[in-house]
Ligand binder design. Structure first.
Ligand SMILES: [Zn+2]
Length: 385
């Protein structure tokens, strides 16, 4: 995959034509290129002429060949290019079938001549293709594991077999040969837990005496309670939200308390809670905004007014009126996952009747909700339209 600098972007159809071609060249003027295109870049024959072609699914070509003749390169309504395929009369016979520009797989003449093999070049300018592209170029080639054994009476070590016969894609192999880091661990992230009053988790053995469990945990702080404690003790953290707190403070899990940070850097992350957990979910929304809280009441206090529930406080801050939190959650998830996961979340919101105005949420998140849908339906129905 080549990323073009903005100065070199192919912004017009003419520029695309200068790089990508989907036509047969004139055989007399460009005999070598004609040879290469006809040898490597023709799709088919498929369809009625050859119904057992591997591209055929349900009696149609799954790659949608032959395409239509079009006089100029243009973009369709989704922004994808439709390459120029003029009816030039240039053809080639493949397996006794005459093929024309409608069956040419798009190519770059220079690369095709250099490598003398099938090199399909596609233009892509949609940021929503990125996820698909990365999956596509890192998925590796098809593979099979096979073994010949004399008898099957000895013990099969499936774990060892997995290690012996593990395949790495070319990208991953190169990555490991160069000893690049497999993952990045900067900056450190502190998972921040939180809970409603009296709802903290306590771990005990199932045979423990319940009374002594209670006494033992009675005045024990949690990370969350210790944050409120620290806000009482130190003024320096009072301008920070809970998430920002680890930037200036470190948590000591033995002492269960926060202390001013001496060195290093860390960012905080609130643990995920689903919208179905209601008050806890609304508390999470508030924790992204409220600073310097020293009590549970502080979290649901907005402009000096103490609200009875976290939901009401969210309402006072304008977090609920337009389902902002849900819309943000859908957009946030769309960065991490593909379309069907996002649709799942939206469906869950509907089932749990979390949304104030579902239609509005739908309208405001439509582009990410339908991501990949068209592609999947095209494939499932095997129809380009
Ligand atoms: Zn086909």
């Amino acid at each position: 995959m080549l990323w073009l600098d903005h100065r070199d972007k192919l912004v017009s159809a003419e520029l695309i034509n200068s790089v990508i071609c989907a036509e047969l060249p004139d055989q007399r003027m460009f005999p070598k290129l004609y040879m290469a295109v006809t040898s490597f870049m023709m799709h088919g024959p498929c369809g009625k002429a050859r119904s057992d072609s591997p591209c055929m699914k349900d009696r149609r070509c799954s790659k949608f060949y032959p395409k239509k003749f079009v006089p100029v390169t243009s973009f369709d309504e989704r922004g994808y290019p439709i390459y120029r395929r003029r009816d030039t009369g240039v053809t080639v016979f493949k397996r006794g079938v005459e093929l024309d520009n409608r069956s040419v797989v798009s190519y770059n003449p220079t690369l095709l001549m250099k490598y003398q093999g099938h090199v399909n070049i596609e233009f892509c300018n949609k940021s929503n293709c990125i996820k698909y592209l990365f999956k596509y170029i890192t998925k590796g080639v098809d593979r099979v594991t096979a073994a010949l054994q004399l008898s099957d009476d000895h013990c099969v070590d499936e774990i060892q077999q997995y290690y012996d016969c593990r395949y790495l894609s070319s990208s991953e192999s190169i990555w490991r040969i160069f000893k690049f880091d497999i993952h990045c661990r900067w900056p450190s992230v502190q998972r921040l837990t939180f809970h409603l009053r009296g709802d903290q988790r306590i771990v005990f053995k199932d045979r423990s005496n319940l009374a002594s469990v209670l006494t033992r945990n009675k005045n024990k702080d949690t990370m969350f309670l210790a944050w409120m404690e620290a806000n009482r003790d130190y003024s320096s953290g009072r301008g920070l939200t809970y998430i920002q707190f680890p930037s200036l403070f470190t948590y000591d899990s033995e002492l269960r308390s926060w202390h001013p940070r001496k060195r290093g850097q860390m960012i905080g992350r609130l643990t995920f809670v689903p919208a179905t957990s209601r008050e806890l979910y609304y508390m999470r929304l508030l924790l992204n905004i409220q600073v310097g809280c020293t009590s549970f009441e502080d979290i649901r206090t907005v402009e000096g007014h103490r609200y009875d529930t976290y939901r009401e406080a969210c309402g006072a801050l304008g977090l609920l009126a337009d389902d902002r939190g849900f819309i943000d959650a859908i957009h946030e998830l769309s960065i991490l996952g593909s379309g069907h996961i996002v649709r799942n979340l939206f469906a869950n919101f509907l089932i749990c009747s979390s949304l104030g105005d579902p239609l509005r949420v739908w309208e405001q998140t439509l582009p990410v909700l339908v991501e990949g849908l068209l592609y999947e339906r095209r494939r499932a129905l095997n129809a380009p339209g």
